[in-house]
Design a protein around this ligand. Structure first.
Ligand SMILES: [Zn+2]
Length: 93
């Protein structure tokens, strides 16, 4: 299957799933609840879904293109996560 055919098949399945309140994450293919999923709609059609777990560990960029919407996901680097953890360190009075 071409990427376009795969996308069409996913969109059809996602549309049916969304009506039942669940969605398949486009990245990890796991099904999750609609309210724990970030969704992207275009022209009334669901074109992309990302579960909170994937969204939390990736930087995701949506860019509209003439052919549709391009989605780029980049895994966050562990060094950045260490920096985030350091922000939660309790400061001494
Ligand atoms: Zn996922």
């Amino acid at each position: 299957m071409t990427p376009e055919q795969l996308q069409r098949a996913w969109v059809l399945q996602a549309q049916a799933d969304a009506e039942r309140g669940v969605l398949e994450c486009r990245m990890c293919r796991m099904r999750g609840l609609l309210e724990e999923t970030t969704t992207l709609w275009r022209n009334g059609l669901l074109v992309f879904a990302l579960c909170d777990r994937c969204a939390g560990s990736h930087d995701v960029v949506f860019s509209p293109t003439p052919a549709g919407v391009e989605v780029r996901a980049r895994r966050r680097r562990p060094t950045e996560l260490v920096t985030q953890e350091a922000l939660h360190v309790r400061s001494h009075p």
